[in-house]
Design a protein around this ligand. Sequence first.
Ligand SMILES: NC(=O)C1=CN([C@@H]2O[C@H](COP(=O)(O)OP(=O)(O)OC[C@H]3O[C@@H](n4cnc5c(N)ncnc54)[C@H](OP(=O)(O)O)[C@@H]3O)[C@@H](O)[C@H]2O)C=CC1
Ligand SMILES: O=C(O)CCC(=O)C(=O)O
Length: 444
Amino acid sequence: MSLIQEVLEQVKKRNPGETEFHQAVEEVLISLEPVIQKHPEYVEAGIIERIVEPERQVMFRVPWVDDNGKVHVNRGFRVQFNSAIGPYKGGIRFHPSVYLGIIKFLGFEQIFKNSLTGLPIGGGKGGADFDPKGKSDGEIMRFCQSFMTELYRHIGQDIDVPAGDIGVGAREIGYMYGQYKRIRNAYEAGVLTGKGLTYGGSLVRTQATGYGLIYFVREMLKEHGHSLEGKEVVISGSGNVAIYACQKAQSYGAKVVAMSDSGGYIYHKDGINLDTIRQIKEVERKRISEYIKHHPEAEYHEGRGLWSVKCDIALPCATQNDIDVEDAKALIANGVIAVGEGANMPCTNEALSLLIESNILVAPAKAANAGGVATSALEMSQNSMRLSWTFEEVDAKLDQIMVDIFSAAKKAAKEYGFEGNYVAGANIAGFLKVAQAMMAQGIV
Ligand SMILES: NC(=O)C1=CN([C@@H]2O[C@H](COP(=O)(O)OP(=O)(O)OC[C@H]3O[C@@H](n4cnc5c(N)ncnc54)[C@H](OP(=O)(O)O)[C@@H]3O)[C@@H](O)[C@H]2O)C=CC1
Ligand SMILES: O=C(O)CCC(=O)C(=O)O
């Protein structure tokens, strides 16, 4: 059995039931076979065994009281996966599906993604099995305060810097920051990113993941003689990543024809009206089905089925395992050119293999959605300097970072025998920097 197979077996045995974590580890380790052949010193130093084991993981009780005085108890998590190249960095997810296996898959992916940004940030992730849907502002605030009342012990601007993810946006970061500041009685803006602009947030952080995805997809299309101009695009989700991916894709002349939420999807042949989506999602916090009240010529379809909509470019921007083999087959049959992963691990491993074998261009999540965390790192830099850069300055840095990530993935893919496979290229380029740092720091 090869070392990679042995480590995979060990990961499954040691972390029973954590299927998303197994999936994420498998997807990375498979592409590292040629790397360890070339670098036997990594095998000797146990880099593969060490990189799949979190440095630390914390699980805690989050008690809170709803508006009717009823007590609820949720479970909170923070997984500090790897600090070889910088303080742990990664978002916080509030969603009822959250359990240790999800946070570990996300934390593991974050190691390689953060490395690809070229900035000094390690990998971590956190969250809670709390469902923010239908909760009042007061309930959200009390939950965030309770969550931070434990989390504050484990984080700090040079230790671990959380940010947003599913169910956590500027409102939640604000409540968590307020509670952290109250407990610590200190100015430490760099402890969280995705903050509001009046208290240390960075311009462009809100847009960064979606914009960065489109910058990466633009580079990938350009490399293969295509562009976004005139392409039909389908986007899953209608949250932070989806909205700003839609905005940037439209600005490059693409026509976004469908978007979704967990209830269903809308199809608008003439192109989605993003102002309506933003009003429904960012202001009213309602369901996407409301869209047809504003645009009766559009269609609403309940449930899954989004990936059967014909498109040139598919951008999964909702959640993990959104595109399975059947969805991939439907996309291929409909002539898709490219899939750009805005969400983390939105394709099953089987779907990814099928897309790659079918010569569909795949922009892998670790690279393509790295613009969010990269801009978080730029927010940390601004906090350290106590300066704020303009929108144009941050956006230009983000664009350059995405161009650099694309070329790093392309170069690594070519060097290790995977030319044109940016999934393998991103895994390898992300891994190499972390492995070199781990080698230099001894067995820790
Ligand atoms: N925010 C960021 O900066 C970054 C986010 N990501 C990843 O991007 C993805 C989207 O995150 P973000 O936009 O921030 O999150 P949001 O909470 O803003 O939006 C999430 C969207 O995905 C939908 N969704 C969530 N869970 C499911 C599900 N189980 N089934 C179907 N639809 C679902 C939501 O629908 P509904 O409202 O109905 O639940 C919503 O439309 C996630 O995978 C996240 O990890 C990656 C990098 C950075
Ligand atoms: O900005 C950050 O630190 C986190 C972003 C994130 O959670 C992600 O990249 O998945």
